[in-house]
Design a binder for this molecule. Structure first.
Ligand SMILES: Nc1ncnc2c1ncn2[C@@H]1O[C@H](COP(=O)(O)OP(=O)(O)O)[C@@H](O)[C@H]1O
Ligand SMILES: [Mg+2]
Length: 399
């Protein structure tokens, strides 16, 4: 017991029946010294109000907070043992007093709170930086694809433009025919003009125009729709969705709009095969998952130098949905396979690779409580498989 008192950090004092200190442990001595320079442990005991002893005699204990003349706030507990012996009898331990330096504890708590606030600020700043990194990587990838996307937009714009020129000619011809009809109607003998109008109709090639016009309009509408779709898909990407909750999303739709954006970079060298299975709506940040798919598709395309194939397959089982993107490209050596998810690990020349694509894909998928599995055979190709839970664990969503 006495040994325990000597090693504990709590300030403890034993007092005998005569009110004299029989033992004050090291913590008590240090506390007395701290409260009043040069003070002995008795100094602490004298801080107790007189009625503390009386009350402790009656009920067995007394608790109170006391501010010392030097301004230190102490929580004091006095435990009294009535059976120990008659009052005034020296030697028998009768009371057990503990002192708790609340000022120091408050100081420590303030310090802890401060550290905690600092940590939280740092965490918030880091989260912000991560979000920026995510966004800049996405923009860099789109930047790499910009030429292809521009081409994809230019193509339909080109034929819509040329169609508009043809339409203008057709309308000119139609107006000319309407005028011929009107002139005939207003003439004294409209029936006599019939041949002339028919001749004009043949010269203006009106039958061809009537056949071609709907086709031209349909083609132009399709072109405009294609441009609208690409712009919409691009907007889907640039969207951060940071503060939004994850939403049940159609991963096939995400795949299609991602393919739309990367297609121009792939179409000349890649034969695309799709094996889409049945997918439920998957709870996710769609634009972030699109970013993952885009990175995998770009990598697959870059792994194929001459000609090759990319096979996209999807499916769902046991509460998980998966998308696999397999290419017949250069493959990844076992050594490199250990490192591909490291930030800034790249085997590509500057301007073509940032080394961030897979690192970011990994963190996005991890945030969604999913995983990315990779298998690769050097020289034969690689397969990346993204597995996501269909429903996010309830208490962890958005963590
Ligand atoms: N489908 C793939 N085929 C072969 N190598 C790949 C494939 N995907 C990724 N890699 C390897 O992993 C590295 C890191 O990929 P990533 O993080 O996307 O960065 P980056 O594409 O900018 O180099 C690539 O440089 C490449 O060596
Ligand atoms: Mg990449």
């Amino acid at each position: 017991m006495l040994w325990a008192l000597s090693v504990t950090d709590n300030a403890v004092m034993l007092v005998d029946c005569a009110g004299r200190v029989t033992l004050a442990n090291a913590a008590t001595r240090a506390l007395a010294e701290r409260v009043e320079s040069g003070a002995a442990p008795e100094y602490l005991l004298n801080l107790l109000p007189k009625d503390a002893w009386t009350l402790a005699c009656q009920s067995g204990s007394w608790h109170g907070d006391i501010t010392t003349p030097s301004g230190v706030l102490l929580a004091i507990a006095l435990h009294h043992d009535e059976q120990a012996g008659p009052a005034g009898h020296a030697g028998m331990v009768r009371s057990f007093v503990t002192f708790d330096d609340l000022s120091a504890r408050n100081g420590r708590e303030r310090e802890l709170q401060l550290r905690h606030d600092e940590l939280q600020n740092t965490y918030r700043r880091l989260a912000g930086t991560q979000e920026q990194l995510l966004q800049s990587e996405k923009m860099a990838s789109i930047g790499q694809l910009a030429a292809g996307v521009a081409h994809e937009i230019n193509n339909p714009i080109g034929y819509v433009h040329s169609n508009l020129g043809t339409l203008q000619e057709y309308i000119g011809a139609l107006f000319a025919l309407v005028e011929a009809h009107e002139a005939a109607l207003q003439s004294a003998d409209p029936a006599a003009c019939r041949e002339e109008v028919r001749g004009k109709r043949d010269r203006l090639d009106i039958d061809f125009i009537i056949g071609d016009l709907p086709k031209l309009l349909a083609e132009s509408r399709e072109g405009i729709e294609r441009v609208t779709k690409i712009v919409h898909d691009l907007k889907d990407f640039s969207h951060t969705g940071r503060d939004e909750a994850m939403r049940p999303s159609d991963l096939h739709r995400g795949l299609e709009s991602t393919l739309n954006i990367v297609w121009n970079d792939l179409k000349y060298k890649v034969r695309l095969e799709k094996h889409y299975g049945e997918l439920p709506l998957v709870e996710c940040h769609q634009s972030e998952i699109n970013q993952v798919l885009m990175n995998l598709l770009i990598n697959a395309g870059q792994a194929i130098t001459e000609r090759g194939s990319i096979v996209i397959a999807t499916g769902a089982e046991s509460g998980e949905a998966w998308i696999s993107i397999a290419d017949s490209g250069c493959g990844i050596s076992p050594d490199a396979l250990q490192r591909i998810f490291e930030p800034f690990y790249t085997t590509k020349p500057i301007g073509r690779g940032t080394g961030l694509g897979l690192a970011i894909a990994y963190s996005i998928v991890a945030k969604h409580h999913g995983r990315i599995e990779v298998t690769s055979t050097p020289g034969a190709g690689s397969a990346f498989r993204v597995v996501l839970p269909v429903v996010q664990p309830r208490d962890a969503e958005g963590a």
